[in-house]
Design a protein around this ligand. Structure first.
Ligand SMILES: C[S@@+](CC[C@H](N)C(=O)[O-])C[C@H]1O[C@@H](n2cnc3c(N)ncnc32)[C@H](O)[C@@H]1O
Length: 310
């Protein structure tokens, strides 16, 4: 399956889980595909619905894709920008931090792309004041010709997908996005994982999780929610409580942070659904049962997959 990789990276990116998510979503979407937590957009760009509302509270993601949609950013502009700025990165000591400061002052979406792709581990992280604070990946030659070509191709692919469809990118809270949904629509939620990584745009607590569950419970259409199930140290307790009335699927996933084999972390990922998935109906189990036995249901032989966000 060809996966379209977006030009923006982030720590929670679902690139490697897209085939599994696509397997589980309804085969036909009559209404609008709605993502209240769009992030990098990789799920929508691969589901490729005709109509979508893609929302997030992080304004920089929304601005970036709106500029691609309106051709303010395009492959040509990205190529020239990265060639020029990449040259300065190579030749001027501390240039990454100059661009990061410029981005924090003026919020130019091209500078957002630059620090996203030259920052440590492709992370998006903001401090309390909303300032991007990811350090340099320490590779002055980051924007070598082949890397620029790769990013330019990613912009090209995503721009074609966006411009051939009816997508709305909107900066707003998940409550406002879910309020826009009709019964025919399908909602895919990928909130910050509860009890795990947090930063300014990814602050997420029990009240948020409860509120999301309440709004999704009231929604008459179909929803799919991504969350974590367990790793070798902990289980997501919320699956046993607030999400227990829904259906649950799991898949083991391998996060690979950095180059060292020691940095591989296995995590059981979860999808929560308020309906039966199309292909794998006979494999579905309720949350409670799953926790009793810690059953693991691979949907293919390639169940262990690696993600590198480097
Ligand atoms: C796990 S990421 C989504 C990743 C995305 N599915 C992808 O593959 O790139 C969660 C996203 O939720 C956004 N977010 C956090 N709190 C939010 C809120 N209250 N309402 C809407 N979006 C929020 C964050 O800015 C972040 O982009």
């Amino acid at each position: 399956m060809k996966i379209f990789v977006p030009p923006i990276k982030s720590q929670g990116i679902k690139t490697k889980l897209v085939p599994w998510i696509k397997e589980v979503i309804p085969k036909k979407i009559n209404g609008t595909w709605i993502e209240p937590f769009m992030g990098t957009g990789v799920v929508a760009f691969n589901v490729r619905p005709n109509q979508a509302i893609l929302a997030d509270t992080n304004p920089h993601l929304i601005n970036f894709y709106n500029e691609i949609k309106h051709d303010i950013i395009n492959p040509n502009i990205v190529k020239h920008y990265l060639e020029e700025e990449g040259d300065k990165l190579l030749n001027i000591e501390g240039y990454y931090y100059e661009v990061r400061k410029r981005f924090n002052d003026f919020h130019n979406p091209l500078d957002f792309l630059f620090i996203n792709r030259a920052g440590f581990n492709g992370m998006i992280r903001f401090n309390r004041k909303g300032g991007h604070n990811v350090p340099f990946c320490k590779k002055p030659n980051r924007f070598a010709k082949s890397y620029i070509t790769k990013i330019v191709n990613q912009v090209d692919n995503i721009q074609k997908i966006i411009q051939n469809s009816d997508y709305t990118f909107i900066k707003q809270n998940f409550e406002q996005t879910i309020a826009m949904a009709n019964n025919e629509d399908v909602i895919y939620c990928d909130p910050p994982y509860i009890d795990r990584y947090v930063d300014y745009y990814n602050g997420w607590n029990e009240d948020d999780e409860n509120n999301l569950k309440m709004l999704l419970s009231q929604f008459a259409g179909k929803f799919i929610l991504s969350t974590w199930h367990s790793n070798k140290y902990r289980e997501n307790e919320y699956l046993k409580t607030i999400w227990k009335k829904f259906n649950l699927l799991t898949k083991e996933h391998f996060y690979h942070l950095g180059g060292s084999e020691n940095n591989r972390n296995s995590m059981l990922e979860a999808l929560i659904l308020n309906h039966q998935p199309p292909k794998i109906e006979n494999k579905i189990v309720k949350t409670q049962k799953l926790f009793e036995n810690l059953l693991y249901m691979p949907t293919s032989n390639k169940s262990l997959e690696r993600t590198s966000i480097c």
